[in-house]
Design a binder for this molecule. Structure first.
Ligand SMILES: [Zn+2]
Length: 544
């Protein structure tokens, strides 16, 4: 058969990367990520895999981020029994990140089941539990950068430095076909290079197919050295201090949190910012910090910038939920770093709920905010947001600092792709929102890659890797509409509509106006209420 490559995630969006490579003798998965963002996208985490898990020979894992690794325990539960090939750093991070993710799944389902019980609905089960996640670690097999491993009959993988987070790799996959050997190179997520905290990405030249991430495909970003980056952070911190309130930094627990801590401590040591207690309010980030202390050695700079993090007096690690709740009583100037970075899960939501309405507080977004997430909604300047069903006014200063990104920008991606030339078969662009994917395609075409060889796959779309270039297959079931991956969905729209309605009702001059507005809306829904009717026995009583 002609080898086939199918994109089961991060196609037309930035989360859930998962690609299935099929040859005559092997079926190999590259990453098995969890979907994040809109509820439409997240619902894919609960459904069946669009392939038979038991038929997969091996998984090649680029890095530990949950949007690349998060469905591995589910894959195991569905019957996958083969090895998961990953670097030592990725393995160690997965051990804590997957267990954490299992705990989150269990917690969310517990909450949902309490609601379902009250509504008389059936119970649902967690996608996987913390125990499943720990069991899944037995399937990990360590690989070293630069050393080819035969991962399945006729399939050899070589891992290359990706410079994105600790342990991250791009993966070169050689397959045997009827037309001779073919090489595919999967970028994974690519670092921007030139950072003091991570090495530069590497890779081979001359491949048949290039599969690359496109997160920042339409944008150039400032790439700064340590001092310039810290100067921007110092400005944000000084402004936040000037505003009088605490500084809340929603941050990814792994890598971003450690980099921010190291920079904040340096700035305080150099007296460039006011001294502050810094609360790291994320058990996962605390565990990750230990791994960075062991494995954070940077071969290029021959230092480990994270070595001393755990001994700094101003740093407080909050493991227990009670310690986290205690922050509510704290007044005055302090800094809180809490996950998740895109504000759609974790302890950060609790802090946003109690700080967003305060003018003195500053919320500093420190990385990419995917479409449909609370982080993106805040970044776009929403005046009110809904968090866990509560309607909250945004009066805090919301700021973005994009110099901590672990992703290459558009110029970096193009430079990386050029170093892979010649690319004989074609380029697939994944892991980007539509504008980024189109932006990168245009830039690559401008850099000399033929446009007809650059493909933007949609969710669940498969391709024959034919000698004349990739051919889209007409078959295969689609789980969601091709354009549904990256946009806000009806759940976002409903939350927005309910907030607008509440605002209008509050702003109305009197109760008669409010009743008329409700009657008009009910009429539009085809169920005009009888304004003077006595309340029905089961009617909802207004809150007092
Ligand atoms: Zn990543």
């Amino acid at each position: 058969m002609t080898p086939k490559l199918t994109f089961h995630g991060a196609a037309g969006c930035v989360t859930g990367f998962c690609a299935l490579l099929e040859t005559d003798h092997a079926r190999v998965l590259i990453d098995c990520g969890m979907f994040q963002g809109s509820k439409t996208l997240k619902s894919l985490n609960y459904g069946d895999f669009p392939f038979r898990a038991g038929s997969i020979d091996a998984v090649l894992l680029t890095h530990a981020h949950i949007d690349h690794s998060g469905l591995l325990p589910k894959l195991m539960k569905a019957g996958f029994a083969g090895p998961i090939h990953a670097t030592a750093g990725t393995r160690d991070l997965c051990e804590i990140m997957l267990a954490d993710s299992g705990g989150i799944q269990e917690g969310e389902v517990r909450q949902l089941n309490r609601r379902n019980q009250r509504r008389g609905r059936a119970e649902v089960k967690a996608i996987y539990t913390e125990r499943d996640a720990r069991r899944c670690m037995d399937q990990f097999s360590k690989v070293k950068l630069g050393q080819p491993v035969e991962v399945a009959p006729g399939v050899t993988a070589t891992y290359w430095e990706a410079g994105h987070i600790l342990g991250s790799a791009s993966i070169e996959v050689k397959i045997e076909t009827a037309d001779g050997p073919k090489t595919l190179f999967f970028s994974g997520d690519l670092g921007p290079g030139g950072r003091d905290y991570a090495p530069d990405p590497q890779g081979p030249a001359g491949v048949d197919y290039l599969i690359m991430e496109s997160t920042y495909g339409d944008r150039e970003r400032l790439t700064l050295g340590g001092d310039a980056r810290r100067a921007l952070l110092a400005k944000e911190m000084n402004d936040a201090y000037g505003a009088g309130g605490p500084l809340l930094i929603p941050a990814f627990a792994v890598e971003r949190s450690q980099e921010l801590l190291a920079d904040l401590l340096t700035l305080m040591e150099e007296r460039q910012v006011p001294q502050a207690d810094i609360f790291l309010d994320s058990p996962l980030a605390i565990e990750a910090t230990e791994i960075f202390q062991q494995r954070g050695w940077n071969r290029a700079t021959k230092t480990n910038p994270f070595e001393d993090l755990r001994h700094a007096g101003r740093l407080k690690f909050l493991r227990e939920p009670g310690e986290s709740d205690h922050l509510e009583t704290l007044r005055g100037w302090h800094v809180i770093i809490a996950a998740s970075g895109m504000c759609d899960a974790g302890r950060v939501r609790k802090h946003l709920k109690r700080l967003l309405w305060r003018r003195q507080a500053t919320v500093l977004l420190s990385g990419y905010q995917a479409g449909g997430t609370l982080g993106r909604i805040l970044q776009e300047g929403a005046e009110r947001v809904s968090i866990q069903g509560e309607d909250i006014q945004v009066r805090a200063r919301v700021r973005s600092l994009d110099v901590y990104s672990g992703h290459a920008d558009a110029a970096g991606l193009v430079a990386w792709a050029r170093q892979r030339l010649p690319v004989a078969g074609g380029v697939f662009l994944a892991h980007g929102e539509p504008a980024a994917l189109e932006g990168l395609k245009a830039r690559l075409t401008g850099a000399g890659l033929p446009a007809d060889r650059i493909t933007i796959p949609s969710m669940d779309q498969g391709f024959d890797l034919a000698a004349a270039g990739p051919l889209a297959q007409s078959t295969g079931a689609r789980r969601i509409a091709p354009d549904a991956a990256a946009r806000a969905d009806w759940h976002n729209a409903r939350a927005q509509l309910l907030m607008t309605l509440n605002q209008e009702l509050e702003a109305a001059p009197d109760d008669r106006t409010r009743e008329r507005l409700i009657a008009r809306l009910a009429g539009a829904l085809g169920s005009p209420p009888e304004p003077q009717a006595a309340p029905a026995r089961n009617a909802v009583q207004p809150a007092t």
